[in-house]
Design a protein. Structure first.
Lengths: 334, 334
DNA sequence: AATCATGATGGAATCGTTTCCATGAGTGGA
DNA sequence: TCCACTCATGGAAACGATTCCATCATGATT
């Protein structure tokens, strides 16, 4: 290790080096009025000393902090990773740092993380809310500027979400068009929006809307697998499955393979969220693509713009047909 | 929207409510000495007012900031997402917030992000360094506590890395055992460590170490595809490819499919990094699994522990055999 | 009984910035 | 010539915490 750690350079050092007062330095650096000559002297001194204003001091004084918080259920999930990437891309263009927390879809952990963020005086927060969004009240009261992403938690918080209703409808219509009548939805807990859209879609097409046709998993891989396997095993009459996310889709493919259910011959599969491996999979998966990155980007824009915000932004999804869906064969499986 | 935004509750409010001085409140809350009765009064007041100490004030006074910075090339890449997850898991157990930046493997962007982090008075930083790590000198001089992850940038910075040498050797030996003699390495720029290990491994097994057998891509998907396609097209004599990361592996599979090169019949493929879809791929990919999450976790431990740190931690990799490698067929491809 | 040690307590300084306000210099107009 | 006005400038307060230090009460020791 080379040099000793040097004391932080403060505005006072710059003021001294430039032969002016600290107020003047502050003014020059934040674009206030100053004579051309002083401005030059200050700028030169700041550059020479490699001065960087302390965000701590600034934020303390300004009683707000730059920076935005981001809470996602699982950064390992491609969807949320892309969402986070969108947020980071937008934040970077504003020069704002982003503090990320992983909630694991656990409201308790979420509350804990919100607490940490408030302690940091974060006043802007983008979150994929877990639970029903009830515990957000204290955070909102604390003056937090919140935008929800991917899920519409409460109605008094602006949100950026994919068009679940249209996405589900497209998927159901596509499958119905292939002759499927028993279509199941394999989802995560808390996707009430989509489930509603699903049953509505079934109804509108005159398909049976059996209650057991929607299966819920928790957000872990194991739980997803169990749910998928259970569905495939106990319901030989369903000939098509809509998986409500990429880990659900992965679980469905794995479970089908394990149970010797062939896709698409025995069951057709549509997965929400287009991930790179959907094309690599065998068979390549037909998906409802979601603009994950855009969702993040738009959410960041919303939270960074101070003006009043629209209550909800809905971004379109898109059906990408590959090879995991086929016409229904006349005979039921097995 | 319901209530008005309320003023932040400060230590002064708590002191007043408890009928004591601010110093006493601070002492009680940070575990200093106080009489049982005062302690109780203070704690009660703090709880009643839902007081949260401001990290800004604390950090400003303490002249250090909690919190750790994390710089990764691409949060969308499963490997780095898992690495980040490890960091976040460890940081959470210490209650430390993590600020994430995406460098895109661009030294300039990296330097910019380091600047932002320094302004935030972050004093702890975990980074997957891009470039050769030369521009880290100013950051280190600024007293930053840095740990490198995944890549060993400079030798005066502790690092947590996978055992590339052993991983590469295992892969090469495995392929050689299947009869392959022309083995190519498809890597990213900056993987000098692995390339060295690769040529060493070839040499130790008496295999030809043609210079053209290592192909470099930039870290974008497009660049990876181009490199993979180029390799497959122009070198019909290579019968086995080692892909140095999951996006490289994905590109190789895609390119092979496009060029009608069959895996494993025409070429065998080993991919660095075990991702969930490796098993879903057709054929399922044989991989060198890397403990991405562990790397992140250990790096976070290192950067959070104040004690002196070991210069480098190396974590083992593991060969996971699936179905993308086969014996060399006598005839060359094409 | 006088002194000393101990421990609880609060006042005030400090961290690095922004911003209010007072001061002083210079300019234009009456 | 003098006044009013603008403009640059620097001192000082404030933000919210921690921590040094002095003070004071209490119990113990000689």
């Amino acid at each position: 290790m080379s040099g000793a750690v040097q004391r932080r350079i403060t505005i006072k050092d710059v003021a001294e080096a430039a032969g002016v007062g600290v107020a003047t330095v502050s003014r020059v650096l934040s674009g206030g009025s100053a004579s051309a000559e002083t401005r030059e002297r200050v700028l030169a001194a700041a550059a020479r000393l490699d001065y960087r204003p302390s965000a701590l001091g600034r934020n303390l004084r300004r009683r707000r902090t730059g920076g935005i918080g981001l809470l996602v259920p699982d950064i390992t999930d491609s969807f949320y990773a892309r969402l986070a990437d969108g947020v980071l891309a937008c934040a970077r263009s504003y020069g704002e740092p982003v503090t990320v927390g992983v909630t694991g879809d656990d409201p308790e952990r979420e509350a804990e993380l919100i607490g940490t963020l408030i302690e940091q005086s974060m006043d802007r927060l983008i979150a994929v809310p877990s639970g029903d969004g009830e515990m957000w009240a204290p955070a909102l009261r604390a003056g937090l500027n919140v935008v929800f992403a991917d899920r519409r938690g409460r109605h008094d918080v602006p949100s950026v979400v994919p068009d679940d209703r249209a996405g589900v409808l497209t998927a159901v219509e596509y499958l119905a068009g292939l002759g499927h009548r028993k279509i199941a939805y394999l989802g995560r807990h808390g996707q009430s929006q989509r489930v509603a859209a699903f049953t509505a879609a079934l109804a509108s097409l005159g398909l049976p809307a059996d209650r057991d046709l929607v299966v819920h998993a928790r957000s872990s891989r194991d739980s997803a697998y169990a749910a998928a396997a259970g569905l495939l095993q106990h319901r030989p009459d369903v000939t098509a499955v809509i998986a409500g996310g990429n880990v659900l889709g992965e679980a469905a493919v794995l479970a089908a393979r394990e149970l010797d259910v062939r896709i698409p011959r025995d069951v057709s599969l549509i997965m929400f969220d287009d991930v790179p491996w959907a094309e690599l999979c065998s068979p390549p998966l037909t998906v409802i693509a979601q603009p994950a990155q855009d969702i993040g980007y738009r959410a960041a824009e919303l939270v960074l713009r101070q003006g009043r915000r629209p209550p909800a932004v809905t971004l379109p999804t898109q059906l990408v047909v590959r090879a995991s869906c086929g016409p229904r064969v006349a005979t039921s499986r097995r």
